[in-house]
Ligand binder design. Structure first.
Ligand code: AGP
Length: 623
């Protein structure tokens, strides 16, 4: 079989070994992980010396519906949800995969880059393949080494170690061996994996939310590490079998953080959590005199912070929009030049960086591969790299030189909401900190801090108008195109409003700087392409109003988001959402909230799968 259509995967892994029925534990875990990828799902259990394997296309629900009373998966097993990057979505490509001789089954998150040469090697030795995946090549390579290893001792672990020494690429894997019913072997390289330690039971997961209900005691595997798990113990080694001391951590998650509660969707729940998530982002981060911000994790003294000549921000997607806001704020309040890069471009661009440049990565998950690679590229060149991340213990958080945790709590909805506003809050506080180290006065600092302190209350006020925003959204739900327009600090928010809408409602939407519209996009304007204008900044209000009039004159329906105190002429807006006024640096945060609700209610009116939009996955761990 040709691997021309190799399927690489960006997915989730769960595993269990203990005394309980493994199927239910695996399926519960997969349901919690489904937001990471949902093209297909599968589980394998080991009982006696035989595997029971079940796979289904589509949602985990299809898999759980297929489990029958008569199936006995035993007390150790592995499971997987898959998000295919190339190649078909099919049951044969779904994980777990079994080796040709039936000795091993394996789940894999990542890409085996040299699968072709390994496959040729195995082909020549009589191995046959049934799927189009690189993962199947890997499980067979393990079997090949197993057959060559001396019996006894840790033969299972040794075979995985030997196989992985030949693998180029990325992986988080969990492996079962039919001759070792009491063991699971896991390994990681550039793909997250953690071990959950229970009472006479062990868990494996690619994301803590899958096991938070069972245990709070975890160990995060580092790149290049393997672990051998039994139900009562585990040991960690390198690929060359050197012993590693495990660093145990405590998860600070509560079950309600990963449950829907009274909400219909995680996205809505997370939108409404923003007063709290913003308060958490600020907690303990103001100076005693309330005139500036402080971040313990930056690992830089005030003197070192003053020496920074330039900051480069790198990220993907929504986090990249937060970087753009950082550019406006840090340049405005601290007068430090800032550049913003797509992580996927930066990693290959070989950008010349000046001395005293600080590189900041923003990533909710802390696992986005391009962002991680951008960070590695900056580190390779010797630059200090800092990270703003939400997930404690994530790869980017651990590999950076320092950073700032968002404390947003788990974000399950694929469309980022509360994590984005927490990022905006942190970059505003960073601008405050850097500004106060330069030219910002004490009075400017205290009014900035006061505005931050008042922010959660103002967010609650915006959220109180949810029903009104819903009514407005329903009027726009039938459109297939929409433009989001804003100037200066509202430009990144226009981009974010457009991204939120397209992600979850599949309406084609774009964000532009409002004045740029005349240079091309205005050709799209008609009664079929409504425009959302972000007119919250009083200093440039008249300029924005002129732009509104330009599209009104061409027949577009217009929704204006404005702030209290801004006069919007009646003839300018078909619909108007007024939000509280706030400090200029915090307007991006408040303006984002109605756009999140607008996107959410449009997607709901169109009957879309809001928390798991088509083709998307929560964290993108492949290129
Ligand atoms: C946001 O709604 C997206 N789903 C996506 O753009 C996301 O922000 C991007 O993939 C970056 O993720 P990260 O913050 O976890 O690195």
């Amino acid at each position: 079989m040709s691997l021309a259509s190799m399927t690489a995967v960006m997915c989730s892994i769960i595993g269990y070994i203990g005394d309980k029925d493994v199927a239910q534990i695996l399926i519960d875990g997969l349901e919690r992980l489904e937001y990471r990828g949902y093209d297909s799902a599968g589980i394998a259990g080991l009982k006696g010396d035989s595997f029971t394997i079940l796979k289904r296309l589509g949602r985990v629900k299809n898999l759980s519906d297929a489990v029958e009373q008569s199936m006995n998966f035993g007390n150790s097993g592995i499971g997987h949800t898959r998000w295919a990057t190339h190649g078909g979505v099919s049951e044969k490509n779904a994980h777990p995969h079994v080796s040709f001789g039936g000795i091993f089954t394996l789940v894999h998150n990542g890409v085996v880059e040299n699968y072709e040469s390994i496959k040729t090697f195995l082909d020549e030795r009589g191995y046959e393949f049934y799927s189009d995946t690189d993962t199947e090549v890997l499980v067979n390579l393990i079997e090949y080494h197993y057959r060559k290893e001396q019996d006894g001792g840790d033969k299972f672990l040794r075979s995985v170690q030997k196989a992985l020494l030949h693998v180029r690429g990325t992986y988080g894997i969990a492996v079962l061996c039919k001759y070792n019913i009491c063991e699971i072997v896991v390994a990681r390289k550039s793909s997250p994996l953690l071990i959950g330690i229970g009472e006479n039971e062990m868990f494996i997961a690619s994301d803590a939310c899958a096991i938070a209900a069972h245990t709070k005691n975890v160990v995060y595997l580092n790149d290049g590490e393997l672990a051998l798990l039994t139900k009562s113990d585990f040991s960690i080694t390198t690929m060359k079998n050197e012993k590693i001391d495990a660093v145990r951590c405590k998860l600070d998650w509560r079950m309600e953080d990963v449950s829907l509660g009274e909400y219909e969707h995680f996205m809505l729940k997370e939108i409404y959590e923003q007063p709290l998530s913003l308060a958490n982002a600020m907690r303990g981060r103001f100076s005693d005199d309330l005139s500036t911000a402080k971040f313990g994790g930056l690992q830089l003294s005030p003197r070192e912070l003053r020496q920074i000549d330039r900051i480069v921000f790198c990220a993907c997607g929504t986090a990249w929009h937060a970087c753009l806001v950082a550019e406006y704020l840090i340049e405005r309040y601290a007068r430090i030049p800032v550049e913003v890069e797509y992580a996927s471009e930066f990693r290959y661009r070989n950008a010349p960086l000046e001395k005293n440049t600080l590189v900041f990565i923003i990533s909710q998950s802390g696992e986005t591969l391009d962002s991680f690679a951008a960070m590695q590229e900056a580190k390779r060149k010797g630059y200090m790299t800092l990270a703003i991340t939400n997930v404690i213990g994530s790869t980017i958080a651990r590999e950076s030189d320092g950073g700032i945790y968002q404390h947003s709590g788990p974000e399950i909805g694929v469309a980022s909401t509360k994590a984005f506003t927490a990022q905006l809050c942190i970059v505003a506080m960073l601008a405050l900190l850097l500004g106060r180290l330069r030219d910002m006065s004490f009075d400017e600092g205290t009014s900035f801090v006061q505005a931050l302190v008042n922010l959660p209350q103002k967010i609650s006020q915006v959220l109180d108008s949810g029903d009104r925003i819903r009514a407005i959204a329903e009027k726009y739900a039938h459109h297939e195109h929409m433009l989001f327009l804003g100037r200066q600090l509202m430009f990144p928010i226009a981009l974010e409003g457009a991204l939120k809408l397209k992600e979850i409602s599949y309406i084609h939407s774009e964000g532009y700087p409002a004045a740029e519209m005349k240079h091309g996009p205005i050709a799209l304007i008609s009664d079929k392409c409504p425009c959302v204008f972000l007119a919250t900044q009083s200093d440039i209000l008249q300029k924005t109003i002129s732009n509104i009039q330009e599209v009104r004159a061409r027949g577009a329906r217009v929704l204006v988001v404005s702030s209290e105190g801004n006069e919007i002429p009646r003839k300018c807006a078909d619909d108007l959402i007024v939000i509280p006024d706030t400090h200029a640096a915090l307007q991006p945060i408040l303006t984002t909230i109605p756009l999140q609700l607008f996107a959410y209610y449009i997607a709901k009116a169109r009957g879309c799968e809001i928390d798991k939009p088509r083709n998307l996955a929560k964290s993108v761990t492949v290129e």
